[in-house]
Write a protein that binds this ligand. Sequence first.
Ligand code: ZN
Length: 110
Amino acid sequence: MSLPPCPNCQSEYVYPDQNQLVCPECAHEWNPNEVAEAAFVAKDANGTALEEGDKVTLAKDLKVKGSSLVLKIGTKAVVRRIIEGKDHELDCKVDGAGEMMVTAKFVKKA
Ligand SMILES: [Zn+2]
């Protein structure tokens, strides 16, 4: 199991101490679970946090890039992956359209 680098100084010589991680170079101590919780959260049209595996419906009609297909509001989809830092954060499997990237604020948690 590899440990994440120190968030303070990027040192790779981090070691675990009970449920904390400790950096020997800058003496920074932190809880990796808290860091994970502070990670990117994709929010739907209502501001509800989305998780991988969530069932969602489209909150508006969406044009599919590069085709004439329009996904209607209410179309069901499943969130397969959430990707940080993209315009389209959700890698979804959309009913009738297959896999595509969808912007989180254009869906609603079902
Ligand atoms: Zn450090």
